[in-house]
Design a protein around this ligand. Structure first.
Ligand code: CMP
Length: 151
């Protein structure tokens, strides 16, 4: 179905100059950008984003890494955007992320994995609401996307 997902380029992705290539993959696959911003979130904000992982041993390191520089936060929209978005990112575990995916092409460490994508429609809604104000989400018409979703 037509849905929105939250995609973030993490500090290592921003610092390595991968904003362009990552945006390009979502655009050329056929997704529509609905919101984008560069942000240096507070620790509290990141702890909320990752609250489900708060008991994990890697949690403090994860928050520190995510605080190490700006993050490019985005909302992408289109058919099956949550699942296909995760497929474009590739598996979290570098041993499982296939070449051709973003992580499969650019990352080798589970803790420095360049990007984040919502894992369910429910979490996408939560994450979009955490990272964006309602007025930040742009609804726009595109003949190309209308053609894709017409059927
Ligand atoms: P992400 O898709 O943002 O969702 C949770 C994040 O936790 C994940 O990407 C990784 O960055 C991080 N993570 C998951 N497992 C580990 C691990 N074993 N060690 C360090 N970081 C991890």
């Amino acid at each position: 179905s037509d849905e929105q997902t939250f995609i973030a380029i993490k500090p290592d992705g921003v610092q390595r100059g991968l904003i362009g290539p990552i945006i390009s993959r979502f655009e050329t696959r056929g997704y529509k950008l609905a919101a984008i911003k560069l942000i240096s979130p507070s620790k509290e904000h990141l702890e909320k984003h990752y609250e489900d992982l708060s008991s994990k041993p890697f949690f403090p390191g994860l928050i520190k890494y995510m605080s190490s520089g700006p993050i490019c936060a985005m909302v992408w929209e289109g058919r099956d955007a949550v699942k296909t978005g995760r497929a474009l990112l590739g598996a979290t575990n570098p041993l499982a992320s296939a070449p051709g995916t973003i992580r499969g092409d650019y990352a080798i460490d589970i803790g420095r994995n360049i990007c984040h994508g919502s894992d369910s429609i429910e979490n996408a809604k939560k994450e979009i609401a955490l990272w964006f104000k309602e007025g930040d989400i742009v609804e726009w018409k595109s003949a190309h996307h209308d053609w894709i979703y017409e059927k």
